[in-house]
Design a protein around this ligand. Structure first.
Ligand code: HEC
Length: 396
């Protein structure tokens, strides 16, 4: 199939475009891109900032003389995301996946790697990190279930504390509870730039399961599109560097850190599973940098006043909601944006609201930025979320 086969008339609706329609050359062409709606600093469906991948995808589309058109799908479960996007032909270019050959994507092809990504050591600028052993005698933050956590534990002699998120590690650094932290480099650089005025030095590392590159994926048969994307990415290399700077990604020469004493033990853990969302397991703790609401904050007590006391289901649902949905819907669903304010469900849909909410959560409203959760949430989690939503419905 030639490139025009991938490129659609701008007027064709997303639903129709899923088929094999294509437009005559004279009309404006469309490049159908898929990406995660909620994965800053890489991608985000709602502005003001759209993330590195989306800024780049827009530049690539321009190079191909095409209008970008987006299909949003949460990449928390990468295999599923690819199945419902690229493989289902709802889009033609997936931004982005690991470029390495050990990351297998049968039936898909990838461009050359266009950006180096890796873990990084975050510490005060007065500390120069040149080798792993420099961290001996320091208090080091590591993230749960990541390569650095495993390597430091295996090598022994390090004083580590494990955290769930990069944000928690920045907080610990700011409080002086740790001297250095191992984080996913792009996230560390982005957070450092945007939230911490570049207060910390972010030093990227390289090594087994520590570093790699990212690439754009297409269906394997789309060889012509692949060639065009490769050419565009090559031509855009200066812009890629500028975007990496814009988002604060660490661009210094990486420090090579020795591989694990027993690399086989690493398996897919760390690099592949967490930072890349490689396998079908949740990785929200690692790649998400949005709202993190500590459990047990006072928000809930305030908003459940006058309502039935929350059940165990509602409490579990609230915790889940605040870690997974709150960066779009605000803590406890009290979004200042009307369409996202989940206290209005009962007012909008009357007694039918649980039914309507369940359908919306399962199917999402992909065009409006609400992801599809079917197959991601268990029945139990859905039930708990609905129990929680019941506790926040406004009375009027
Ligand atoms: C990436 C951002 C995002 C995430 C994450 C997200 N939502 Fe949404 N959600 C939205 C947007 C935007 C809308 C409004 C869509 C519209 O305009 O109709 C919405 C709408 C909804 C609605 C329908 C509201 C109505 O008035 O009909 C429900 C219910 C809902 N979300 C529940 C959830 C739950 C539960 C989660 C977590 C499992 C979640 N959402 C995660 C963005 C998000």
């Amino acid at each position: 199939m030639n490139l025009r086969g991938k490129i659609q008339l701008g007027l064709v609706s997303a639903a129709l475009a899923a088929g094999a329609l294509w437009a005559p050359a004279a009309s404006a062409a469309t490049l159908r891109i898929c990406s995660d709606p909620d994965n800053l600093p890489f991608s985000q469906s709602a502005g003001p900032e759209h993330g590195f991948y989306i800024d780049l995808a827009n530049l690539v589309a321009k190079k191909l003389d095409a209008q970008p058109e987006y299909t949003w799908w949460v990449s928390m479960y990468q295999g599923k995301a690819l199945r419902y996007t690229l493989r289902a032909r709802t889009c033609d270019a997936y931004f982005a996946l690991p470029a390495g050959a050990d990351y297998e994507t049968p039936g898909l092809a990838r461009t050359h790697g266009f950006l180096d990504v890796s873990y990084a050591v975050v510490a005060s600028p007065s500390f120069t990190f040149t080798k792993l052993a420099d961290l001996k005698g320091k208090r080091v933050g590591v993230q749960f279930d990541t390569t650095p956590q495993i390597i430091l534990a295996e090598q022994g002699g390090y004083n580590t504390t494990t955290y769930r998120t990069a944000e928690e590690m920045f907080t610990a650094l700011n409080k002086g509870e740790i001297d250095a932290a191992f984080m996913w480099g792009p996230i560390a650089g982005y957070e450092n730039k945007l939230q911490h005025q570049d207060k910390w030095r972010v030093t990227p590392v390289s090594g087994d399961h520590m570093s790699g590159q990212v690439a754009v994926a297409v269906r394997a048969a789309d060889t012509e599109l692949l060639a065009k994307l490769n050419a565009a990415l090559t031509a855009l290399q200066p812009e890629i560097t500028q975007l990496a700077e814009k988002y604060g990604f660490p661009l210094a020469k990486p420090i090579d850190v020795a591989a694990a004493s027993n690399p086989a033990r690493l398996g897919t853990v760390g690099f592949a599973r967490n930072s890349w969302h490689g396998a079908d397991v949740p990785i929200s703790a690692v790649h998400r940098v949005g709202y993190v609401v500590p459990t047990g904050t006072q928000v809930a007590q305030a908003s459940t006043g006058g309502k039935p006391p929350p059940s165990a289901d509602a409490a579990a649902g609230r915790e889940f909601f605040n870690s997974t949905c709150a960066h779009c819907h605000s803590p406890d669903g009290a979004s200042p944006i009307r369409a996202r304010d989940l206290r209005r469900l009962k007012g909008l849909f009357g007694d039918q609201w649980p039914e309507v909410a369940k359908t919306t959560i399962e199917n999402g409203r992909p065009n409006l930025g609400m992801p599809t959760w079917k197959g991601i949430l268990t029945d139990q989690q859905l039930k708990q979320i609905l129990a929680f939503l019941a506790t926040i419905q406004s009375d009027d």
